[in-house]
Design a protein around this ligand. Structure first.
Ligand SMILES: [Ca+2]
Ligand SMILES: [Ca+2]
Ligand SMILES: [Ca+2]
Length: 426
C-alpha cells in the first residue's frame, strides 16, 4: 500500500529539513472485530498534518463529516467523505488554544479556546465559540479559568426546545472546576452570568470530562454527566474520582441525581489515585434499554488503567456498582484515557473503543499506544474483570501515544461506524 510508504519516506528526510507530517488521520475499516493486532497506518489516509499544525487534534464525527480541532493553528477543519482536503470552517488564534476542545451539534461546532483572554484582558479566562455563521462566544469572566477545556454537545437538557452545550472551566475555585450549560443558540455571554452546575469541592477537577446522554433517569429528558477525576471517591477515598449525573431537576436543586464511584477505593496507599472520571461516554451496549455509562480511570492499578461499565437498569442511584470492569493489561498503559462507542457492525449494539496511549508495543517500543475495540459487552453481565475479544492498533515507534485521540461514527452514510485514528508521526 502506498500511503505508509510515503510517510516513511518523508520521515527519513527529517534531518535534511524537508517537510514531514506531524500527525495523520487514518480511517480504519475493512477490519473485522476479531482478536488481532494491526498497524494503524494500514488504514486509509484521510488527512496529513504539517509540523505547524501540530498533533493535539480533538476529533468528532457528526452529520457524516469529520471535524478536527487544530489548536496549534487556531483552526477547526471539516472533512467530508470523498473530498480531498479538509475545509477550514472556524478560525481563532493559536495563542487561545482555539480548537483544543471540540463538539458538534446539528452540524455547527462548539469550539473550546481555553487559553483565550476574557473581559478586561483576563488572561487565560477561556472561551467557547458557538456556531458557524452567526458566531457567538461564551467568555470566562476572570483570569485563569480555562473555560472551554472540555465541551460537549447535548440534546435539549431543559425542555425549552433548544439543544444545549455543556462546557467546563477546570481551574475555577482552587481547581474545584465549574461546568456550565447554555443553549447552542445562546447570544454571547460571560461565565459570571451563567448558573454553574452544582457546587463542587476544591481540587475535585469537576468537569474533567463531560457527556450528554439519552435519558438515564426515567424523566424522558437527556441527562448531563460530569467526571470529577480528583473528587472524593467511595468510602471517602481521597482523590479517587467520581461521576455525577444531572437531570433538569438536579441542576435546579444544585445536587446530582446520582453519583458513581469506582468499584473499590484504591486501598494501596503507595498507588496513585485512579482518576476515575477522566474519560466518560454513554453507549448503547445492549440493543434496548437505557444506555450504559462507561467511565475511564486511566491511572488505576498502578497506571494500567480500568474502565467501569454501569448499566442503569430501572434505577440509577448513588453507589451503584459497575456491572463490568475492564482492566488494562500493561503497566502504565493508561487504558481508559480515551473512550468512544458506536455500532461498527450493524448488529444494533454499540462497540466500545478504549485508548491506552501509554502502552508499549509488543516488541517493547515505549508508549507506542494502543486502541482496543470491544464487542458483545452487553451480553457479559456480571463479568467482573472480563476481557472481551478485542483488536489492538499499535504503532511501531515510541512515544506516539496512539489511542489518545480518535473518533467513531458513520462517515460515509452506510449506517455503520468508521474509526478515525490520529497517529502522530514524530
Ligand atoms: Ca434546551
Ligand atoms: Ca455492534
Ligand atoms: Ca460508515
Amino acid at each position: 500500500m502506498l500511503v505508509p510508504l510515503l510517510i516513511l519516506t518523508a520521515c527519513e528526510n527529517e534531518s535534511s529539513g524537508a517537510t514531514y507530517p506531524a500527525a495523520a488521520l487514518y480511517r480504519v475499516d475493512g477490519v473485522g472485530l476479531v482478536d488481532g493486532e494491526y498497524d494503524p497506518r494500514s488504514g486509509e489516509l484521510l488527512v496529513d498534518g504539517s509540523p505547524e499544525q501540530g498533533h493535539e487534534w480533538p476529533l468528532v464525527i457528526e452529520g457524516g463529516n469529520l471535524w478536527v480541532g487544530v489548536p496549534e493553528r487556531g483552526e477547526v477543519w471539516r472533512w467530508t467523505s470523498g473530498s480531498g482536503s479538509p475545509t477550514t470552517v472556524a478560525t481563532g488564534q493559536p495563542s487561545e488554544a482555539f480548537g483544543a476542545a471540540l463538539a458538534v451539534a446539528n452540524e455547527e461546532p462548539i469550539v473550546g479556546a481555553p487559553a483565550a483572554g476574557g473581559g478586561d484582558d483576563a488572561a487565560g479566562a477561556g472561551a467557547v465559540l458557538l456556531g458557524l455563521g452567526d458566531v457567538r462566544r461564551v467568555v470566562g469572566s476572570r483570569p485563569q479559568l480555562g473555560l472551554g477545556s472540555v465541551v460537549a454537545a447535548c440534546g435539549d437538557l431543559d425542555g425549552d426546545g433548544q439543544a444545549d452545550a455543556a462546557m467546563s472551566a477546570p481551574l475555577t475555585g482552587a481547581l474545584a472546576g465549574a461546568v456550565y450549560t447554555v443553549p447552542v443558540s445562546s447570544p454571547s455571554v460571560v461565565s459570571a452570568d451563567l448558573t454553574p452546575v452544582g457546587s463542587p469541592a476544591a481540587r475535585s477537577a469537576f468537569g474533567a470530562a463531560l457527556a450528554c446522554s439519552a435519558d438515564l433517569l426515567g424523566d424522558s429528558a437527556p441527562d448531563l454527566l460530569v467526571g470529577a477525576r480528583y473528587a472524593v471517591g467511595a468510602g471517602g477515598a481521597d482523590g479517587e474520582g467520581a461521576v455525577t449525573v444531572w437531570d433538569a431537576a438536579a441542576r435546579a436543586a444544585g445536587a446530582p441525581a446520582a453519583t458513581l464511584f469506582a468499584h473499590e477505593a484504591d486501598d494501596d496507599d503507595a498507588g496513585e489515585p485512579g482518576a476515575f472520571g477522566s474519560a466518560l461516554v454513554t453507549c448503547q451496549l445492549r440493543p434496548t434499554g437505557r444506555p450504559a455509562i462507561v467511565v475511564g480511570a486511566p491511572t488505576a492499578r498502578e497506571g494500567a488503567g480500568v474502565v467501569s461499565i454501569f448499566f442503569p437498569g430501572e434505577e440509577l442511584a448513588t453507589g451503584n456498582l459497575p456491572t463490568i470492569l475492564l482492566v488494562g493489561e500493561a503497566d502504565e498503559g493508561r487504558f481508559g484515557a480515551a473512550l468512544g462507542c458506536a455500532d461498527r457492525d450493524g448488529d444494533g449494539s454499540d462497540e466500545l473503543f478504549v485508548g491506552a496511549p501509554g502502552e508499549n508495543a509488543p516488541d517493547g517500543t515505549p508508549e507506542a499506544g494502543a486502541l482496543y475495540a470491544f464487542t458483545g459487552l452487553g451480553a457479559s453481565s456480571g463479568a467482573f474483570g472480563a476481557s472481551a475479544a478485542g483488536l489492538r492498533f499499535f504503532a511501531d515507534r515510541g512515544y506516539l501515544r496512539t489511542g489518545e485521540r480518535f473518533a467513531v461514527g458513520d462517515l460515509d452514510g452506510d449506517a455503520l461506524a468508521e474509526v478515525v485514528l490520529l497517529v502522530r508521526q514524530r
